[in-house]
Design a binder for this molecule. Structure first.
Ligand code: COA
Ligand code: ZN
Length: 311
């Protein structure tokens, strides 16, 4: 009864920050995390374990992850692109690690400098490293460019489904299907996600949408129809992919929560608090493009959040 109907996973600190020009201090990142938790966003991808020379914003990944682990109520996760990143994340004591590879081999080569097949092999090594840890770590696997690729064009559904099957067999405890470049449409999402959800069985499935072409929230609705109950979103719609030209940000957290709660789906998140955090972040990140209809127009006077989720 007290469960959330839909889980919102904040990725602004990872997907959002990897594209911005200002490097935030670790203390600012941790304040952002703590305030999100206070607003009810308890699942946050707090950083990315990539080489500092690839993304200087994440040179403080270990400090941020360690600080995030000390925030009560926060389920901190981090993105990792390879075994070395996963080992760094395991070493700081994170209990949730998100690995990512691309369905498009061309995108994978650009993003992580190896073929998709090599990334699959790397994932198996990460799963083996997790099994040896002797503590509970949830290892999620994300399939990027699952709905199309700026470099390769069309991505076959069978490629995505094959990867989902392989990743689960190799030890993925959660699957995320990502529209990295904003090519997906609702019909495509409904069709693919039904198959992914069926294939994944007991393994939870999440979606990661970008609003590059304005279909982000429509795609959330389609994924809900298909049985998906977890979504990545970014405060103020920050984000993008360095290897997807003109990519814009993720679906906006405030607008996504509004859309869900307006339909009676409980997220456990306080939209007013999100808007206040957004104002702080906007001061920290001058000149960055923030999106969002609720920040501009406010909540409708008729809006009533569904019955609150008990802590
Ligand atoms: N964290 C820190 N250092 C790392 C690392 C990691 N996750 N992975 C590799 N390195 C280091 C290696 O130790 C090596 O260091 P050295 O030169 O001092 O020996 C150096 O980086 C090169 O290692 P290599 O394995 O050859 O990596 P690469 O140059 O082929 O790059 C990735 C591969 C995956 C590390 C890089 O392409 C990457 O970080 N991609 C992610 C991009 C991204 O963030 N995309 C957006 C999110 S999906
Ligand atoms: Zn993304």
């Amino acid at each position: 009864m007290n469960e959330r109907d839909v889980q919102i996973r904040e990725v602004g600190l990872r997907d959002g920050l990897q594209m911005v020009h200002t490097i935030l201090a670790s203390e600012q990142k941790l304040e952002w995390c703590a305030r999100m938790v206070d607003a009810g966003v308890i699942d946050i991808e707090v950083t990315s374990f990539v080489p500092p020379k690839v993304v200087p914003q994440f040179a403080d990944a270990a400090e941020v992850a360690t600080g995030a682990l000390a925030i009560a109520g926060l389920h901190a996760a981090a993105l990792v692109p390879n075994l070395k990143g996963a080992q760094r994340a395991f070493d700081v004591g994170l209990n949730k690690v998100h690995y990512v590879l691309s369905a498009s081999n061309e995108h994978n080569l650009k993003n992580v400098r190896r073929s998709t097949a090599e990334s699959v092999e790397d994932f198996a090594r990460i799963a083996a490293a997790r099994d040896e840890l002797g503590r509970d770590v949830v290892l999620g696997a994300g399939v990027a460019t699952a709905f199309g690729c700026t470099i390769a064009g069309k991505v076959d559904e069978r490629t995505v489904l094959g990867l989902v099957e392989t990743l689960i067999e190799a030890g993925a405890q959660e699957i995320t299907i990502a529209d990295t470049v904003g090519y997906a449409n609702p019909a495509q999402v409904r069709a693919l996600m039904r198959q992914v959800v069926a294939l994944a069985g007991a393994v939870p499935v999440a979606c990661h949408f970008h609003d590059t072409r304005g279909l982000g929230l429509a795609n959330v609705m389609a994924a809900l129809d298909a049985g998906v109950r977890a979504f990545d979103a970014s405060l103020g719609g920050l984000g993008g992919c360095p290897f997807a030209p003109n990519a814009t940000g993720n679906i906006n957290t405030e607008d996504t929560v509004f859309m869900l709660e307006a339909q009676g789906l409980r997220t456990g998140i306080d939209i007013g608090k999100l808007l206040a955090i957004r104002e702080t972040i906007a001061v920290w990140l001058p000149g960055e493009p923030f999106t969002g209809a609720i920040a501009r127009a406010g909540l409708p006077a008729t809006f009533a959040a569904p019955e609150a989720v008990a802590a």
